[in-house]
Ligand binder design. Structure first.
Ligand code: GRG
Length: 336
């Protein structure tokens, strides 16, 4: 059992539940109260997320050394942007998905670190004056404010390319074909057919009246793809059967959609201090979000339904997927 699989229930209860045929078991969502996870499960999840964040930080620290010489400056900017801060939700999804298949932890941590590098590059570039033009990220000056614009562009570029160097290294998985598949799925999710494509739509959205379908597509690409691919990469590491792979992918897609609605709600309702970044920017730019199209109440309901769908997609994994179920609930109950 890994630190993710901490089960708060007494052993006899776990044994009893395990002995009940799956179709007779209460669906996991019904175990929870209206506010999301029972507070104990929620705190177990928060602790698991914290433990993963610590492990991933150590991995990133190893993978991003500081060279001697004047080029050291770009490495400093990479470390500034990738270490210290961030929930590390994507690495958590990689390792919790990989845990379903008993993947050795060093592999899933490296793969999670690679995904986080891409996520951090996207934040660095998103904050640039040519994009969202932000001064604050994760409670600190954005990379281009702490360094300069050119260095921030290079730091983003270097984090992006480093991610693929990490995946192609045999330390990420001994099987070359699996490493190749990991590179391919991440490249597709991050590129013009995924996150970058979504960012393009996001830039266009400021001058266009996007309807619901266009808004959903934008968000699925910009935010959803990187969350969904994290689960897919965990499954690839575990050489999951196609059906299991498909279910984990569905889980990731539902979770990604719920995450984005929660992000839009936070943008509207949370404070800059809580989020560690500027708020209210989508509204100021006149960009459509699910919240602006339907209002916060309906958005909250849809987010909850998406969480239920994410949870239901995990049925085949039974008790072992409890940390992924908790992650889905966390995406909509988080405060930052
Ligand atoms: C520049 C290619 C390129 C893409 C940018 C990720 C992104 C696309 C833009 C960031 C803007 C944004 C707020 C998107 C909404 C969802 C999102 C990615 C939020 C940040 O993710 P968290 O909450 O952040 O996981 P932490 O800091 O915890 O890692």
């Amino acid at each position: 059992m890994t630190s993710f699989d901490v089960d708060p229930r007494p052993k006899y209860l776990r044994y009893l539940v395990g002995a009940i045929p799956k179709f007779l078991r209460r669906p996991p969502t019904q175990i929870r109260n209206d506010t999301g996870l029972a507070s104990h499960s929620s705190s177990v999840f928060t602790e698991s997320l914290r433990v993963t964040a610590k492990e991933v930080n150590a991995c990133l620290d190893d993978l991003l050394p500081l060279p001697e010489g004047p080029e050291r400056r770009v490495a400093e900017a990479m470390r500034y942007s990738a270490l210290d801060g961030g929930k590390r939700l994507r690495p958590f999804l990689v390792s919790a998905s990989a845990d379903l298949f008993d993947v050795p932890r060093p592999y899933s941590l490296r793969v999670g670190a690679a995904v986080e590098m891409i996520h951090c590059y996207s934040l660095v570039h998103d904050d640039l004056p040519a994009m969202d033009d932000d001064d604050l990220r994760r409670g600190r000056p954005t990379c281009h404010k702490a360094f300069d614009e050119a260095t921030a562009i290079l730091a983003g570029d270097a984090l992006l390319t480093k991610a693929f160097a990490v995946l192609s290294d045999a330390a990420s998985h001994p099987d070359g074909l699996i490493r190749c598949k990991l590179v391919a799925v991440l490249a597709n999710a991050a590129g013009a057919e995924g996150m970058v494509g979504g960012q393009m739509l996001d830039l266009l959205a400021a001058d266009a009246d996007f309807d619901e379908q266009q808004t959903r597509r934008l968000q699925a690409l910009k935010t959803g793809r990187m969350l969904a691919v994290s689960c897919q990469m965990g499954a690839l590491l575990g050489q999951a059967e196609p059906d299991a792979m498909k279910d984990l992918d569905s889980y990731g897609v539902y979770l990604g959609a719920a995450f984005q609605i929660a992000d839009d709600l936070l943008d509207l309702e949370a404070s800059e201090a809580d989020l560690g970044k500027a708020t209210g920017k989508d509204e100021a730019a006149g960009k459509a979000t699910f919240v602006s199209l339907h209002g916060p109440e309906r958005a909250r309901k849809v987010a909850k339904t998406l969480v239920d769908q994410a949870v239901a997609a995990l049925d085949r994994f039974g008790e072992r997927a409890e940390s992924l179920r908790a992650a889905a609930v966390f995406t909509v109950s988080r405060r930052s």
